[in-house]
Design a binder for this molecule. Structure first.
Ligand SMILES: *[C@@H]1O[C@H](CO)[C@@H](O)[C@H](O)[C@H]1NC(C)=O
Ligand SMILES: *[C@@H]1O[C@H](CO)[C@@H](O)[C@H](O)[C@H]1NC(C)=O
Ligand SMILES: *[C@@H]1O[C@H](CO)[C@@H](O)[C@H](O)[C@H]1NC(C)=O
Length: 441
């Protein structure tokens, strides 16, 4: 009897589900493809023929009459081929709900690229504990066909995306997820103005958002390289190879701690390299590990949980920080995981990087956590022939391709993806959406 009723209710609920799907397919109207609720129609290829638009922030510094400026917003579109009369526009209000004039509008069919750099800059938001938000940050993109809005989206942070999708994610393991990350996460600096930029700083800083901001925008994997300077007050600093940055390790740890305290998000902190001062100071590692345990012990995911632990279990036990420590000298410790396997192509051109990943994804992939280092790497030679390009220029070369590759080609099988100047790509939204697709499709 029980079986019959449950079978009956299963049939009934699937009928209801189909009815509501019908509606969502037919009722679809100009809406943000990333943020609206997921539909099964998203899985099939027909959906991929629709035009979509999103905003990114250029990593380049460009001249304005008032001097060199950064953080110009870029309109991006993809899906089908632009038609002659199509328009894509930037707004300071939501074009799906209000009518008015755009800030800037272009015709995609007139452009050879599928992006357009606007003359508007995204202000630098210094997120704090008090104003973490996933609301739109003041700018929207709209795509119009025959004067009708067919797609729109806004630029926003995603401070709670894991928790917000917890029902969907709770059965997954780290290895099942697509995780947005940054490369050399602690090596960040706001653009200091043209006069204070030089060949070294241009190739030293990989990010311009603080670690707290990175986490607020949705980054969940942090790649950390530490230097040990026993004669300084702080002792541990973030390094880019042998170059010390202006950021101490405690700034990074403090940001991670504050973020863990006020959210339910799960973070991976990967101590990948120790490029300065550790070799001849045997106590440096011990000292660093003590600092980590002191700051994070209640949050640390113990190693005995094993790599098959699910996010649901981590949430239930409130262990939300995985520290990976890539050093073989370390005393075995219950709280430090082995270093994350970083797949780094050491490539200087976009097409070489593409071949590297094509080759990687055609083989069997690591069974434990691993990271696609989706960035170009300069050599001494490329630095000397391009002294002004810097890591901002290299990030601009590759970031749009990175969005497309991981959105369209490798969304099923990638794990962590670490990039430079991450607001120049759409990897956070790609990851959120790919995770839903991995579960639902
Ligand atoms: C949050 O507050 C800080 C400090 O007041 C401010 O700089 C930042 O713009 C605010 N962020 C948002 C998203 O409102
Ligand atoms: C950002 O806000 C923090 C306080 O939450 C403050 O210590 C820091 O100086 C601010 N940074 C910038 C660049 O405004
Ligand atoms: C990178 O993207 C550009 C267009 O944005 C495209 O022309 C180029 O073929 C892409 N490169 C690779 C290797 O995919």
């Amino acid at each position: 009897m029980e079986n019959i009723t449950s079978a009956f209710s299963a049939i009934l609920s699937s009928l209801l589900l189909m009815a509501s799907l019908q509606c969502t397919i037919r009722c679809s109207f100009a809406e943000d493809a990333w943020t609206r609720p997921f539909r099964f129609s998203d899985c099939n290829s027909r959906f991929d023929g629709q035009m979509k638009t999103f905003l990114t922030v250029s990593s380049l510094v460009s001249p304005l009459p008032s001097g060199y400026k950064e953080r110009f917003l870029e309109l991006n579109w993809y899906g089908d081929l632009p038609q002659y009369d199509d328009q894509v526009a930037l707004f300071d209000y939501d074009p799906a709900t209000e009518v008015g004039r755009p800030l800037e509008a272009v015709r995609p069919s007139w452009l050879l690229s599928n992006f357009y750099r606007t003359n508007f800059q995204l202000p630098y938001f210094n997120f704090t504990e008090d104003n973490l938000t996933s609301e739109c940050l003041g700018f929207w993109a709209g795509y119009f066909r025959a004067r009708r809005l067919i797609s729109s989206s806004c630029i926003k942070a995603e401070p709670f995306w894991m928790q917000a999708n917890n029902k969907m994610l709770k059965g997954l393991r780290f290895r099942d997820l697509m995780i947005p990350g940054t490369h050399d996460s602690g090596s960040y600096r706001r653009y200091p103005g043209n006069k204070k930029d030089n060949i070294i700083t241009r190739y030293k800083y990989d990010q311009e958002e603080s670690v707290f901001n990175q986490l607020a925008y949705g980054i969940r994997y942090l790649d950390v390289r530490v230097g040990y300077y026993p004669r300084t007050k702080q002792k541990f600093w973030i390094n880019h190879d042998f170059f010390r940055t202006r950021n101490s390790l405690s700034m990074v740890l403090d940001d991670v701690k504050r973020f863990l305290d006020i959210t339910s998000e799960i973070i991976i902190l990967d101590f990948h390299r120790f490029p300065f001062g550790f070799r001849h100071e045997p106590e440096a590692h011990q000292h660093l590990i003590e600092i980590l345990l002191y700051n994070f012990k209640p949050y640390l995911i113990p190693r005995y949980y094993g790599r098959d632990v699910t996010l649901g279990f981590l949430w239930r036990t409130n262990k939300r920080l995985l520290i990976a420590y890539n050093h073989k000298m370390k005393p075995r410790n219950n709280y430090l995981w082995p270093g994350i396997q970083q797949m780094w192509g050491d490539r200087q051109s976009v097409s070489d990087l593409k071949s590297y990943f094509d080759n990687l994804f055609s083989q069997s992939l690591p069974k434990r956590l691993w990271s696609s280092m989706a960035k170009l790497t300069p050599t001494i030679f490329t630095i000397l022939i391009n002294p002004t390009k810097g890591l901002r220029g290299l990030a601009d070369d590759v970031n749009r391709n990175v969005t497309r590759w991981f959105r369209d080609l490798w969304w099923k099988r990638s794990n962590i993806i670490a990039t430079d100047y991450f607001l120049g790509n759409d990897i956070i939204n790609v990851a959120i959406r790919s995770n839903r697709k991995r579960v639902l499709c």
